[in-house]
Structure formats: structure tokens, C-alpha cells
Design a protein around this ligand. Structure first.
Ligand code: COA
Length: 170
């Protein structure tokens, strides 16, 4: 069967503009990070509903292909409980498995970085998830993030903190 190359339009919306995506974002987050943690779905959903801010943290971006939501990422405070001295964080970056390795993750992260810099944030932090840490480390390094420290994540497992600073325009 002939496969056609369908061009799709990429749009990034703030969750505030598509609050109907909050349960979807909570579901992605739950299946990716919380299946083995004792956090009720309702708590997770409430956390996403609070990210419906346009110009303040916490906020969440949803990436659409045409009208189909396929990924998300957030800016939030206190993402890493062992380092509450560092803020704010790039958090909960997720692309649905069927759409990975096509550049969408990078587009989403760029949009969140730009949003942070335009809101006057000077530096962002993130910590690596537990799956495929070396791939993640390579992925963020290629996007200009540098390793800042080692730490324990919210489950007490070892992780690495990365940081990115806003570029100064002279
Ligand atoms: C990490 C993630 C958002 C990347 O999204 P993506 O759309 O596939 O990213 P892109 O297509 O822009 O870039 C692909 C790169 O991601 C890398 N990558 C990082 N983590 C990966 C993972 N867990 N699985 C597959 N590829 C991964 C690939 O190696 C590839 O690197 P390359 O450009 O050097 O070849 C996506 O893999 C994902 O949702 N993973 C599960 C959730 C997660 O781990 N989030 C990050 C927590 S810190």
C-alpha cells in the first residue's frame, strides 16, 4: 500500500488555552512517572489544573500535531524536593512514544526556555528521569544544558541536575 507523506501543522499551546488537556497531561504523567508511586490520580490532575497560567510559574505547554495533542512540558517550582534552594525547573517533559525521535521534544523544550527567558527568568534547572539516563544526558547537553550537580530524586534514587542560563545579548 502506498504511504503518503502527510504534512502536519505543529502548534504549541499554553495549557491555559486548552484546559481540556489537563486530564490528558495528568494521564501521561501518571503512566510515565507515577504508576509505581502511591500518588492518587486526582492529586496529579489537580497539579496540572494549577499549571494553567499564561505568564507565571507553574505553567505547562502542550504540543499539537494539527488538532492532536502529542506532548507536554512544564515550568514549575520545587520539582526536586532535595534541592528546594534551586528554582524554577523545566519539568514533566513528555512526547507520546509513537512520535518520539522526530524533533518534537526539542521544539517543546525550546518553547519552554523562550517562555522562561521572556518572563525574566535567568536560569532553569532540570533533573534526569530514571529511564535511559545516558540518552537523556546527551539529549539535554546537545540543547545547551550543563551538568550542575548530583542529587537524589523524589524516590531517593540517584539523579543528575542540569542547568541552563539565559544568554546575554550584548
Ligand atoms: C525525552 C523525550 C521527551 C524526547 O522527546 P523526542 O521527541 O523523542 O526528542 P527529539 O526527537 O527532539 O530528540 C530525540 C533525542 O532524544 C533522545 N532521547 C532522550 N531520552 C530518550 C528516551 N528515553 N527514549 C528515546 N530517546 C531519547 C534520543 O536519543 C535522541 O537523541 P539524538 O537527537 O542525539 O539522536 C521523550 O523520549 C520522552 O517523552 N521520554 C519519556 C519521558 C522522559 O524521559 N522525559 C524526560 C525526563 S528528564
Amino acid at each position: 500500500m502506498k504511504q503518503e507523506n502527510i504534512e502536519r501543522t505543529i502548534t504549541i499551546k499554553n495549557l491555559a488555552e486548552c484546559l481540556w488537556c489537563a486530564p490528558l497531561a495528568a494521564h501521561w504523567s501518571f503512566t510515565e512517572w507515577y504508576v509505581e508511586r502511591n500518588i492518587p490520580f486526582a492529586v496529579n490532575l489537580a497539579a496540572y489544573q494549577k499549571r494553567g497560567n499564561l505568564n507565571s510559574v507553574p505553567l505547562c505547554h502542550i504540543l499539537f500535531l494539527d488538532d492532536l495533542p502529542i506532548g507536554m512540558g512544564s515550568l514549575k517550582e520545587n520539582d526536586l524536593w532535595s534541592r528546594k534552594d534551586l528554582n524554577p525547573w523545566l519539568a514533566s517533559v513528555y512526547i507520546i512514544p509513537q512520535m518520539r525521535n522526530r524533533g518534537y521534544g526539542k521544539i517543546l523544550i525550546s518553547s519552554l526556555e523562550e517562555k522562561a527567558w521572556t518572563m525574566g527568568i535567568e536560569q532553569l534547572f532540570l533533573f534526569l528521569g530514571q529511564h535511559e539516563q545516558s540518552k537523556l544526558s546527551h539529549f539535554y547537553s546537545a540543547l545547551g544544558w550543563t551538568q550542575f550537580d548530583e542529587a537524589v530524586d523524589n524516590d531517593g534514587k540517584p539523579t543528575r541536575i542540569f542547568m541552563k542560563k539565559k544568554k546575554l545579548i550584548l
